[in-house]
Design a protein around this ligand. Structure first.
Ligand SMILES: Nc1ncnc2c1ncn2[C@@H]1O[C@H](COP(=O)(O)OP(=O)(O)O)[C@@H](O)[C@H]1O
Ligand SMILES: [Mg+2]
Length: 258
């Protein structure tokens, strides 16, 4: 594997021997190719290209406003317009509405978490429909996240930030989705809670979930993600593997401003 080099955005897009172009050896779960997205007249994504193999954990890093959340929303079909290709397990979804994409087993955990504040923890867990089939039972969730079992009767608003985040991820696991799109799950949480989230992601990885993690926190994703993409102004400007991460610290700093 060649060491990462800093390329202009155009050179990066044109570079033929790009590691992504070589393709993963395992089954491809998600592949974005020349993905463009708009909110109204605003053209936000400018040709995102990346792919995830089954069981891979991949991070999307970048400065605020770079287009990471929009990438997740564009995968779900939650933007005003998108063009290019979004293949989920080989199925082209770019013309599909969000509910059909979800049914293919794509679970989205938005930054705002989307739990029901007025319902208890357990009610939140019992509510999501089994979209992809084969989702975790409430008992399986409690076995994975004993904290939530202790808090089963607690109202959503009275859960701590960390518990709310665990619950939000748990709700996605209830749907049976095997591809998880997680937006800034470590944001604003105490280090001890971030460690628990790290442990959760590692356990999900061991269960062969495929996970796309949007993060600001490089420390959270090092040692967790197999590969890292940096998104800036709606484009992928850097791709590094886990092995290359330490050697790329300077580059990352230039892009993310650590
Ligand atoms: N609903 C929206 N309408 C118009 N512009 C938006 C909307 N949401 C985000 N944007 C713009 O899209 C760009 C990318 O934002 P976003 O994907 O949220 O970045 P990130 O998640 O990397 O911080 C920003 O310039 C932001 O202002
Ligand atoms: Mg965001």
């Amino acid at each position: 594997m060649s060491s990462p080099v800093l390329l202009s955005r155009t050179a990066f897009a044109k570079r033929g021997a790009h590691p992504i172009a070589q393709g993963p050896a395992r089954r491809e779960v998600l592949a974005l190719d020349d993905l463009h997205a708009w909110y109204g007249e605003s053209h936000i994504l400018h040709g995102i290209r990346l792919s995830l193999a089954e069981g891979e954990v991949v991070s999307l890093l970048g400065r605020n406003g770079g287009g990471r959340t929009t990438t997740l929303r564009a995968i779900m079909g939650l933007v005003d317009r998108r063009t290019g290709s979004v293949r989920v397990s080989g199925i082209e979804t770019v013309q599909m509405p969000p509910h059909r994409i979800a049914r293919l087993g794509v679970g989205y955990c938005p930054e705002e978490r989307g739990i029901f504040a007025s319902l208890t923890c357990e009610e939140n867990l019992r509510l999501p429909p089994s979209q992809a089939g084969g989702g975790m039972s409430v008992e399986e969730i409690y076995a994975l996240l004993p904290n939530l079992a202790e808090r089963r009767k607690t109202q959503g608003t009275r859960l701590s930030g960390g518990e709310q985040q665990m619950l939000a991820i748990a709700r996605v696991l209830r749907t049976g989705s095997r591809l998880l799109l997680l937006d800034e799950i470590s944001e604003g949480l105490a280090p001890v809670i971030v460690d628990r989230l790290l442990d959760l992601i590692l356990r999900l990885k061991a269960l062969s979930y495929t996970i796309l993690l949007v993060e600001q926190n490089t420390h959270f994703v090092e040692g967790l993600a197999d590969r890292h993409f940096v998104v800036e102004r709606g484009q992928v400007v850097l791709h590094v593997t886990a092995d290359e991460l330490a050697a790329s610290a300077e580059l990352l700093e230039r892009y993310i401003g650590l």
